[in-house]
Write a protein that binds this ligand. Structure first.
Ligand code: NAI
Length: 315
């Protein structure tokens, strides 16, 4: 089987290389993202392998089906970028449901610690031999209340880390997973009581703009919001407004609503046209990473193994 791997980076090539040619499966790597403009690249392949910002809509699926592709193998857990309903009966869709929930949960905590202890500021200062501490005062996480929305694999791993820090863990989930060290509350109660809110639910019609103007108004003044799930869980323009009004104390964003054409690319030589993102990055209490929660050796290796297994299972 020949598989066209879209949106591939050096780390994808490296992690899939042990599987190249194995079980009769050959991978050809394309840097382009899969979308309506690039789908012709899939001609002659038996399947495609895609990531979070490939746009696999009905048009793309129709074309893939015409070309004889039999599988869309996602190298990720979330599948909001694939029209799964349209694919049903036409082409198989496979994903990697779990590769390392710890990778994402640990990244969420890394961002939180960076934010509350001003590590991003301190790092730049000491590199310039500026050893002043003015303006670097943080706060203890111990004893603070963290609200976790979505307590599946990643949310549970994040709850474990927060419990280790001596935090009080509140949670909201449409399907709670009761455990003694997590207190489930309503969404509104979580918004009102949490000092820190971390999002770990999938993006769906129901969760789109879960964090909107109304939700932000319910939150405690100074709350820190962490999003390592999907950008569109937050209405970013409303978030910017509340950051500017100083109601929201900080944001740690590994994902962004409009990340599609920006994240994973080197834009350092360009003027940033996305004004909302530029505004966020300009704020000292906002940390933005480029959807890298998954990026650990362990996770990449598990992703490659499951992706290869998914494709092989089609035979
Ligand atoms: P999971 O499926 O194990 O858990 C998701 C949880 O969200 C479930 O407990 C589910 O009941 C809950 N949920 C669903 N709809 C909800 C709603 N309307 N309100 C509240 N809770 C709801 O998924 P997992 O593995 O924990 O991943 C969570 C998300 O993290 C993924 O959907 C993906 O978007 C994101 N992700 C981000 C990565 C990154 O690199 N930043 C990497 C991997 C995943």
């Amino acid at each position: 089987m020949n598989i066209a791997v879209f949106d591939s980076k050096s780390y994808d090539v490296e992690s899939l290389s042990p599987y190249q040619g194995k079980d009769g499966i050959n991978y050809k790597f394309f840097e382009a993202k899969l979308n309506e403009d690039t789908v012709t690249l899939a001609k002659g392949f038996d399947g495609v392998c895609v990531f979070v910002n490939d746009n696999v809509n009905a048009y793309v699926i129709t074309k893939l089906y015409e070309y004889g592709c039999r599988i869309i193998a996602l190298r990720c857990a979330g599948f909001n970028n694939v029209d799964v309903d349209y694919a049903r009966g036409r082409i198989a869709v496979a994903r990697v449901p779990a590769y390392s929930p710890h990778a994402v949960a640990e990244h969420a905590m890394a961002m939180l610690l960076t934010s509350v202890r001003r590590i991003h500021k301190a790092y730049i200062r000491t590199r310039d031999y500026n050893f002043s501490l003015n303006g670097l005062t943080g706060f203890d996480l111990y004893g603070k209340t963290v609200g976790i929305i979505g307590t599946g694999r990643i949310g549970s791993a994040f709850a474990d880390i927060c419990n280790g820090f001596g935090m009080n863990v509140l949670a909201y989930d449409s399907v709670p997973n009761p455990r003694p060290d997590i207190k489930y509350v309503t969404k509104d109660e979580l918004f009102e009581r949490s000092d820190i809110i971390s999002l770990h639910c999938p993006l769906s019609e129901e969760t789109h703009h879960l964090i909107n103007a109304e939700a932000l108004c319910r939150m405690k003044k100074g709350v820190i919001i962490i999003n390592t799930s999907r950008g569109a869980l937050i209405d970013t323009e409303c978030l910017v407004k509340e950051l500017l009004s100083r109601r929201i104390g900080g944001a740690c964003l590994d994902v962004y609503e409009e990340e599609g054409d920006i994240f994973y690319e080197d834009k350092s030589g360009h003027i940033m046209n996305d004004e909302v993102l530029a505004r966020l990055i300009s704020m000292p209490n906002v940390i933005v990473t480029s959807h890298q929660g998954f990026l650990t050796k362990e996770a990449l290796s598990n992703i490659a193994q499951t992706t290869h297994f998914n494709i092989k299972s089609l035979e």
